[in-house]
Design a protein around this ligand. Sequence first.
Ligand SMILES: C[S@@+](CC[C@H](N)C(=O)[O-])C[C@H]1O[C@@H](n2cnc3c(N)ncnc32)[C@H](O)[C@@H]1O
Length: 474
Amino acid sequence: MTPQTTQIPVSLIILDETIYPRKGIDPRRVGMFAENIRDGIAFDPIEVEPCPDRPGFYRLLDGAHRWNAYKSTGMEEVIVIIKDLDGSDPLLYAAAKAIGPKQLTEEEAKDTARRAYAQNTQLSSADIGKAVGRARRTVDGYIADLRAATQMNTDIKIFRMHSLGIPQDRMAARLGLARTSFQHHLPKMAVLPNSANADLSRGFTVAQVAEKHGWPEPMVWSLVLEGKTDHDRFKALGWGFRTWDQWEFNDCDNRFGDDWPGRIPAQLIAHILRYFSQPGDLVLDPMAGGGVTPDTCLAMGRRCWAFDMEDRPDTRPEIEPFTWEISSDQGLSWPVSAKGKPDLVLFDPPYFDKKAGEYDEKSISGLSRNDYLDFLAAFFTLLKQHVKKKTRLAFINADWRDFQNTPAMDEKHKGGILIDDYLEILNKTGWYHTHIIQAPLSSQRFTPVVVSAMQKKGILGVISRYVIVLGLNN
Ligand SMILES: C[S@@+](CC[C@H](N)C(=O)[O-])C[C@H]1O[C@@H](n2cnc3c(N)ncnc32)[C@H](O)[C@@H]1O
C-alpha cells in the first residue's frame, strides 16, 4: 500500500534532537540535495509525526537533510508522510530510517542505543540492534551499565515488596514484568543483602550502607534488626516507648516515610504495631500516602499491604495504586483478590476536608460532610468482610471543628465531626473500640501571629487526634 502523503508548511516541521540519531547535519549533503531540488529532481517524501508537546507542529522521523535543503531553497510547503508510530519508539524508528542511505557512526549508534534504552528499559538488545544497524551483542556492550543499574533497581524493588509479603503475581504486575523475567529475578533475592550485610558487620552505619548500596534506609533497618524483639528494635531506632495512653511526638522521624501532606510520625505507627500486632503479622494500610506504614513495618518486621490513589511506581512500588470509590452499581470494592487477610488495619484517611487542596481531586477529602461519613460507613462495612475475626483496626482521625474564624462560644454542633461521630459509625458497622489513645498533632504548625490572633478572638484550635483501636467482638 502506498503511504498517504500530505502537503504541509515547512515552518511547521521541527527537528527534535531527542529522537534524532545523528550527531548533526552534514552541510555538504544538504548543499547537494538543494542543487538537485533546483534541477527539478523529486525526492521521496520526508516522514514526520505530530509533535507530542507542540500541537499543530510535526517532528522529523526521516529526511533531516532533505528538509534543510527545502528550507535553503526557500520552499514554503513540502510533501510529507504523517506517521502514526502506534507506540513504537520514535528514536529507533528514526535510526532505522537513517541507516538506509548511510550507516550510523560508532558514536551515533552507541549514543542512540543508550538513549533508546534509557527511555524504555523494556527494549531488547536485538530490537535496538536492528534499528541502529549493529549486532545484538554489540548493543549488549553499549548498554551493559544502564541495564545493570535498572536491574539492580528492579531487584531492590522486588526485595522490598517481597520483605513486605506482597504476593508474586502482584509484584510482577506492579513492576510490569512478564512471568518469565520475574522468575529470573527471584533467585537473586537470597544473595541480594549479602554485600550490605558485609558492610554492616564491618561497622558502617545504616545510613552509610543505605547510601552506598542505593537501598532505602528502612530496608537496611530490616536487615540490621532481623530476629530482634520489638523492645530491642525500639531501642536501636532510638524511639522512647510510651507506657500510657498518650502518645505525643513533636517531630516525624525523617528516616521513615516521605514528606507528605498529613504525614504521621513513624513512632506513632511503631507504637500501634508494638501494642496491637505480632512480628510477621500482615498489616493493611488502605490510604498509605507517604509510605510511613510500610517503612515502619520493614523496621518492625511486619508484613504490609499498602494502597493509595497516588501512584508512585519508581519510589514507592510497594504502595499499590487503588482509589476507594463508591460506584452506583457495585458499591465499594476490595482492591485485591488474594486470600491473605490482615491481622491489623492501620487507617489514616484525610481528616474530612483538611488538606483537600493538597490531595488528588478524587480524594475523599473533596466529599461533603454526609458523603464523607457515608464513605466511612461503607468502608468499615467492607473491611469487616475482608478481615479475620481477630483483626484489629487502628483508625486515626482528629476532631473537625470549623474553628478557623469562629470564637469557641459561637461554634455550633452542626457541621463538625467529632470523635463520637466516628465512634457511632464504627459501632453501627460492627466495630467495637477497646482503646482511645490520644496522639495530638503538633501545635508548632501554628505561627505566633496566628496564635495571637486566635487568642484575641477567643478561638479554640484543634490539635487533638486519636488512635481508636477496635475489634469485631463486642
Ligand atoms: C492523611 S493521608 C495519609 C498519610 C500517611 N499516613 C502518611 O503518614 O504519609 C491520606 C491519604 O489518603 C489518600 N486518599 C484519599 N482519598 C482516597 C481514595 N478515595 N482512595 C485512595 N486513597 C485516597 C490520599 O492520597 C492521601 O495520601
